[in-house]
Design a protein around this ligand. Sequence first.
Ligand code: URA
Length: 224
Amino acid sequence: MNDFWEGLKNYLLYLERLGVKTLPAKKAFKRFLELDLSPAPKDLAEIAAEIKGCTRCPLHRTRTNIVLGEGPSHTKLMLIGEAPGREEDLEGRPFVGRAGKLLDQMLKAINIRRADVYITNVVKCRPPGNRNPEPEEIEACLPYLRKQIKVISPKIICTLGLIAAQTVLGTTEPLSRLRGRVHQLDHLKVVVTYHPAFLLRFPANKRLAFEDLKLLKKIYDEVK
Ligand code: URA
């Protein structure tokens, strides 16, 4: 467990001993990272072992592979998309299809190597026909994402598309209101941008996405 989670756990245990039953946490942080006392997994392999054969939601019936994520086990930057598509489902890796190729170009444009970033999705199994994941499917899958964040301990999260942004920030605000600025979620900085699949369909938004990417790069260089 890293220092942050160890410290938080000890502090919560201390408050519990004093008789404190509830905490006034910020809504988004509480919803997304949840102040639970469960220990952080040892490593990503522990999460992979836990998710293997997962049947927490109906998506398990139609998936080929679970797409947990890909990248170094500790990174400064984590990218979070929506859910695996067809190619990702077949290969078991995130962002390997057309949207993935555009994501590679987006990272290249700001001089960040894909190999240096951890890439995952809110939902780890493909929704049939690439439909949006249902709220219950997102809720069922969130514990895995929370655990990934605990292990990887990123300083910055970049969300790709509306579903990832709204899930991570615990909001129903539109993407147009969430992008273009840095959100602070406790110790994490969150930058919101468009999903590459959306940019493939509506390329006029690439200019705005590039603004987001420049903002991402600025804080990426600033944060140690
Ligand atoms: N779209 C996503 O949100 N994630 C992927 O991994 C691929 C496409």
